[in-house]
Design a protein around this ligand. Structure first.
Ligand code: HEC
Length: 92
């Protein structure tokens, strides 16, 4: 039992790195964990934040849901995607 609880706690913690820092929005933490390795550096021709933030929240969500970023966003919930998109769009 105790092992199971520890396992789920670990998973929950890994899946939401920003949860402890800011309970209201995980957008920034999720972006750092899932997107920044490419979009923070331009790796592989990924557009930088400056360019991403010019997009609308809806089009960023669409990109993560049915677009080319869907594999990068695999496992994220709809509200995770919304928070990431809002974090990006707010940077403009
Ligand atoms: C493995 C590297 C990589 C990761 C990780 C990654 N991206 Fe991307 N992203 C790219 C590349 C390369 C492009 C440009 C080519 C394209 O549009 O498919 C791109 C394009 C985009 C675009 C479209 C930009 C435009 O001008 O149309 C959005 C929005 C986006 N990424 C969001 C995200 C989000 C949100 C995440 C995290 C969930 C993420 N990406 C993770 C590499 C990455």
């Amino acid at each position: 039992m105790r092992l199971t609880a520890a396992f789920f706690l670990t998973i929950t913690f890994l899946a939401s790195p920003a949860a402890l820092a800011d309970p209201n929005s995980q957008g920034e933490g999720l972006f750092q964990a899932r997107c920044n390795m490419c979009h923070g550096t331009g790796m592989g021709g990924a557009p930088l934040m400056e360019k991403l933030s010019a997009l609308s929240t809806d089009s960023i969500i669409e990109k993560m849901t049915t677009g080319t970023m869907a594999p990068m966003a695999a496992g994220l919930s709809d509200s995770d995607k919304k928070e990431i998109a809002e974090f990006i769009a707010k940077k403009s």
